[in-house]
Design a protein around this ligand. Structure first.
Ligand code: AMP
Length: 174
């Protein structure tokens, strides 16, 4: 790994999507070949020893990091999607966002009982999304072996919403 300052590739967008939110835009990070590779390498460094069977990522940015991470680790990837997007039978969990509320669905047969799962997202904000994903995994009998993020907004105390889960982020804003 090159020791790149990954935070230098994250753009702050004030008042997006609503006033008062400073949106952490990871598009420059994804667009830069060295920064994207290093991000995936660093995620894999933490995730690898936890021996996940599945990376569970929510749309849309969770798909980008999660798919690449699953490939790097040689494990599977499961998508958590907004209601009505998945074609097969689903289970649903509702969650609160920093700016609103929503729900996520996964396929009922996407996680086997006992499967080791890492939930992954670009940003840990209030922790509502991660909590919903953890609920979905537990509902199907899976084991959550970590919650992994590119960015943590630690001032929103998202970790408090997912007690009992080991949390790691590459970049922390406090
Ligand atoms: P939360 O459920 O509050 O932890 O929010 C996490 C989800 O919302 C992630 O999927 C993020 O992509 C998105 N999100 C929340 N707040 C921000 C923010 N300030 N900048 C970028 N993405 C955010």
């Amino acid at each position: 790994m090159s020791g790149l300052d990954l935070a230098a590739f994250v753009r702050d967008v004030p008042d997006f999507p609503t006033e008062g939110i400073v949106f952490k835009d990871v598009m420059p990070l994804i667009a830069d070949p060295a920064a994207f590779r290093e991000t995936i390498d660093r995620l894999a460094e933490w995730a690898g020893p936890r021996a996940p069977d599945i990376i569970l990522g929510a749309e849309a940015r969770g798909f980008i990091f999660g798919g690449a991470l699953a490939y790097a680790l040689g494990c599977g990837f499961v998508t958590a999607r907004k209601p009505g997007k998945l074609p097969w039978e689903t289970v649903e969990a509702r969650y609160e966002l920093e700016y609103g509320s929503d729900s996520l669905e996964i396929h009922v047969d996407s996680i086997n009982a006992g499967a080791r799962v890492i939930v992954l997202d670009d940003v840990l904000a209030t922790g509502g999304t991660a909590r919903a994903k953890i609920e979905l995994v537990h509902g199907l009998g899976g084991v959550v072996v970590g919650a992994l993020f590119v960015i943590e907004l630690s001032f929103l105390n998202g970790r408090d919403r997912i007690p009992g889960t080991e949390v790691h982020a590459l970049i922390t804003y406090s």
